[in-house]
Design a protein around this ligand. Sequence first.
Ligand code: ZN
Length: 142
Amino acid sequence: MTTAQHELPGYDRPGELPWATRRLVLARDGYVCVCCDRPVLGRPYAIHLRKPRHRGGDFSPENLITVLAECGERISVQRDPADEARGYSVPPGDDPAFVPVAYRNPAGHAVAWLLPDGGRSFEPQAAEGVVLTSEPGYFPAR
Ligand SMILES: [Zn+2]
């Protein structure tokens, strides 16, 4: 099954993630799980809301990451504090646009800020007054 066959849409339903946004996020994330770098096609996966809707999150690309279902379930139950530290979940008071995501890759992690147009930036996107910190062990963009 090709990617196109797998991902071609039916139609958008009210209140659900639009197909165009789903395709944008999948392409941005390279069709791999952000958390573990494993391919998602052919496996159960989700477009995960970093800030859930009941906390004010929406379907903007900077709030969405591609994850395998098992990774998304782990993030959703907040079992591993590293998930929030890596930007996979965003605390209620924070804006996903300003919380970087640690993309797993063979070298470790690449930290990226997600952009509203579906792109990524490897330069900090910080609101005024926000102090950015870097964590040891994170690698620059590959
Ligand atoms: Zn994963």
